[in-house]
Design a protein around this ligand. Structure first.
Ligand code: BGC
Length: 277
């Protein structure tokens, strides 16, 4: 693998599965990413085959931390119990076990929005921000990451809050914008309702807006009328890959430290949710 890369990240999304070696000092790709379309029927086996193909494409050294960002809540050692936007056959599957067995490597899995949030706090738009940062990813769904003074509260799933009698992501995601052919102003009004809801319940210090559409923030930010500061993600759509790589490296270090101290078994370490950044 490229000498500057210390970890490898893969981001599994509704339309594409993307991977790249990551330079964790710089918080950027160490070489170009590879993107393969998500299989039309996105079953666990079909997705695992694409993950294997991506890893085979790059010369990833043994021992390199490999992180996968995935669009569902991830509880280590437990099967997935909720899946919004990929094939329902994921429910009941232990993704970490499946991907590790299929690829023959130690794979660490993190929720995709949590990965993006970690990357933005570590390297991007929320670097140095104290207090509560809520990163939202606007794509097929709405993903959320809550990070308090650098510590992640994982699996928050606030894209499924009830808004206007619907699942919020069905009302305000980027996919909802395309589906309903909303102009930027109309979508901005829907986003205002969504961010106001988050404001009311969480009182964050900063919102970061990620997902592919964040590169067009100049078009819709003027229509989001809220009190909390709101900024576009700096790592744009690369945050999932970079955050997954960062997460895997962080977990690997925690596990190594725990083994050295002989205090915790590896499985217990994996249940420590906080990634202090
Ligand atoms: C899923 C989340 C995910 C988000 C963004 C939601 O539908 O439930 O786990 O983070 O989409 O992909």
């Amino acid at each position: 693998m490229i000498p500057t890369a210390q970890a490898f990240g893969i981001d599994i999304g509704g339309s594409g599965i993307k991977g790249a070696p990551v330079d964790l000092n710089a918080g950027q790709f160490a070489s170009d990413r590879l993107r393969i379309p998500t299989p039309e029927v996105s079953t666990p086996d079909a997705v695992a085959d694409v993950v294997t193909e991506i890893l085979n494409h790059f010369d990833v050294h043994d021992g390199t931390p490999i992180g996968v960002a995935f669009p569902a809540p991830i509880k280590p050692g437990k099967p997935i119990d909720f899946m919004a936007n990929l094939d329902q056959s994921w429910v009941g599957v232990d993704i970490t076990k499946l991907l590790s067995e299929k690829t023959g490597r130690r794979i660490r899995v993190v929720n995709d929005a949590d990965a993006a949030g970690l990357a933005e706090v570590q390297y991007g738009a929320a670097k140095g921000q104290s207090g509560l940062v809520i990163t939202t990813t606007l794509g097929t769904g709405i993903g959320t990451a809550l990070i308090i003074d650098g510590v992640l509260v994982p699996n928050t799933e606030l894209g499924h809050l009830n808004l206007e009698g619907k699942d919020a992501e069905h009302y305000a995601s980027d996919a909802a914008r395309s589906r309903k052919d909303l102009n930027w102003k109309k979508w901005g009004k829907r986003l205002t309702k969504y961010y106001k809801l988050l404001e009311k319940y969480f009182n964050p210090d900063l919102f970061v807006v990620g997902g592919g559409v964040s590169k067009k923030s100049a078009k819709f930010f003027p229509y989001i009328k809220i009190d909390t500061p709101i900024v576009p993600a700096q790592l744009l759509n690369n945050a999932g890959i970079i955050g997954a790589a960062y997460f895997a490296d962080h977990q690997q270090k925690l596990e190594a430290a725990a083994r050295a101290n002989g205090v915790l078994a590896v499985q217990q370490v994996e249940h420590v949710p906080a990634a202090r950044v």
